[in-house]
Design a protein around this ligand. Structure first.
Ligand code: ADE
Length: 227
């Protein structure tokens, strides 16, 4: 898989891809990630990419031309399965979307900044709009990192134990059961006996029951989807 990310502040993007699972996925060549600085596509001598809104109103808007130039150059080099604009008014990201996108070859993410981007870019180039939640971030960069992480960990071979992505919370609309590691007792709190029993049928049943209990308590909205 290849992911291209366009941003006005690509320096925000770098470090999350240089550690842990995303770093390993890149090192194993299971994913290639490229950052593109929108300012490189500005024809302005100060590398300006934003301007005032037509019609008035607070906040600057990223101009169409530098984004169009950058996206057009990338599109000429390869075919993108999706060109995704990260925006609070997009469809809220969930596990299904991450699963679906993890099967794609080439993804292009566009991060907004300031008040957003000129609508004509959305009309011309964007195939999907994704939000990471009902709150407003200063830009789409953090959202692009979240989306990349959710996708990259699902690419076969990225996680050591492939089943561990399949048993993640949300894969079946269930939250995860409690987990424990050594020691058996910590400050008087014991690991549930069943997990030490060696009876894997019982352990699976216990985990499933706990997953249902926890989902009912914490996320009744998800529980309804189980019915
Ligand atoms: N840009 C600003 N806020 C955002 C959000 N909640 N999701 C995606 N992109 C954003």
């Amino acid at each position: 898989m290849r992911i291209d990310i366009i941003s006005v502040v690509p320096e925000i993007l770098k470090s999350p891809f240089q550690a842990s699972i995303m770093k390993r996925a890149i090192e194993k060549n299971l994913v290639q990630v490229y950052f593109h600085n929108l300012r490189d596509y500005s024809k302005n001598k100060y590398k300006q990419v934003d301007d005032y809104q037509y019609g008035g109103g607070a906040g600057m808007v990223i101009m169409a031309e530098p984004i169009d130039k950058c996206i057009s150059k990338l599109k000429a080099e390869r075919t993108y399965d999706e060109i995704i604009y990260l925006t609070p008014d997009g469809k809220t990201l969930n596990q299904n979307t991450a699963n679906e996108l993890s099967l794609k070859e080439n993804l292009l993410f566009l991060c907004g900044h300031y008040k957003g981007i000129d609508q004509r870019i959305r009309d011309m180039h964007i195939t999907r709009e994704i939000s990471i939640g009902d709150y407003v971030l200063s830009g789409g960069e953090v959202a692009a990192i979240v989306l990349s992480d959710a996708i990259i960990r699902l690419i076969p071979g990225v996680l050591n134990n492939e089943t561990s992505a399949l048993t993640d919370s949300f894969q079946d609309n269930l939250l995860s059961p409690p987990i424990y590691t050594r020691p058996r007792e910590y400050k008087g709190l014991k690991v549930p006996d069943v997990l030490l029993s060696g009876n894997f049928k019982k352990i699976d049943e216990w985990r499933e029951q706990k997953a249902y209990e926890i989902t009912n308590n914490k996320r009744p909205d998800l529980s309804k989807k189980l019915l």
